[in-house]
Ligand binder design. Structure first.
Ligand SMILES: C[S@@+](CC[C@H](N)C(=O)[O-])C[C@H]1O[C@@H](n2cnc3c(N)ncnc32)[C@H](O)[C@@H]1O
Length: 249
């Protein structure tokens, strides 16, 4: 009799433990679901806040911020090359926090001339000065980017005006780079950024390549750089086709 009663108790306590485990899972899933919904609302608010200061479309803007949230645990500097009016990097700063240092590189004179390696569509885009997405050859005044960073609440940022090949040459961030966002469109611009900055990115740091699916030259620069430097890091993509790499080593 005693043995059976003991067996019954043991079964009941196993069932109770399972039930408790299920409840804990449910609580954690519910919490994650709520946090996700809150973050999605935050993204929507950030897009409204910065929409006149970025040319990045909403779905891509959102994926960039989702990636930032995913990599937010990695401390270090944040760099964007090709900031235009600074709306994208300012929104990233809102997700990544005001305590880091942000570096904003741009000519603030627009894009250099596209070359054949950038592809037919790049040449055609630049030739059509009245096109809806020409944005004066992506020219923006520096004051917009500074304003965007002030809105973001970031305490510490540097704008570096000039051509990448000049401003990147002797660049040393205060802290190794945790997140690097490349948005310079063309082959040469992307290659210069990768050459100077990839070595400064931390292990497990994030590299976002905005134009990988847009311009042939950008994609070729990424392939050429990785291949020449014998880097085995893979290129991933988000749901809305944002290309990114996690640096390994
Ligand atoms: C597509 S826009 C960047 C869009 C921006 N990230 C946003 O949030 O809207 C490309 C920018 O890259 C800059 N750029 C491209 N190549 C460059 C180079 N070699 N040196 C400096 N700036 C460059 C242009 O001046 C332009 O502002």
């Amino acid at each position: 009799m005693e043995v059976r009663a003991g067996g019954g108790l043991a079964k009941a306590s196993t069932r109770a433990r399972r039930l408790l485990g299920d409840l804990r899972d449910l609580r954690s899933k519910t919490r994650q679901g709520i946090e996700r919904r809150v973050f999605e609302r935050h993204i929507a608010r950030l897009f409204e806040k910065y929409r006149t200061l970025t040319m990045v479309p909403k779905s891509v803007f959102a994926d960039n911020l989702r990636l930032c949230r995913q990599y937010a645990g990695i401390g270090g500097s944040v760099v964007e090359c090709g900031v235009w009016r600074g709306g994208m990097v300012a929104a990233m700063a809102e997700v990544l926090g005001p305590g880091r240092h942000y570096y904003l590189f741009d000519s603030f004179e627009g894009l250099p001339a596209a070359k054949p390696i950038d592809g037919e569509s790049a040449l055609a885009w630049q030739a059509n000065k009245t096109g809806p997405f020409y944005y004066d050859n992506c020219r923006a005044e520096l004051r917009f980017a500074e304003e965007a960073m002030r809105y973001s609440g970031a305490r510490s940022y540097t704008t570096l005006k000039g051509w990448f090949q000049d401003t990147l040459r002797d660049f040393r961030p205060r802290e190794p780079i945790a997140i690097l966002r490349l948005d310079g469109d063309w082959y040469d611009s992307t290659m210069e950024c990768l050459t100077y900055l990839y070595p400064l990115v931390k292990n497990k740091g994030l590299i976002i390549v905005d134009d990988y699916y847009t311009w042939d030259g950008c994609a070729r620069a990424v392939h050429d750089f990785l291949s020449r430097a014998a880097i085995k890091d893979r290129i991933h993509q988000t749901t809305n086709r944002v290309a990114y790499i996690t640096k390994n080593g």
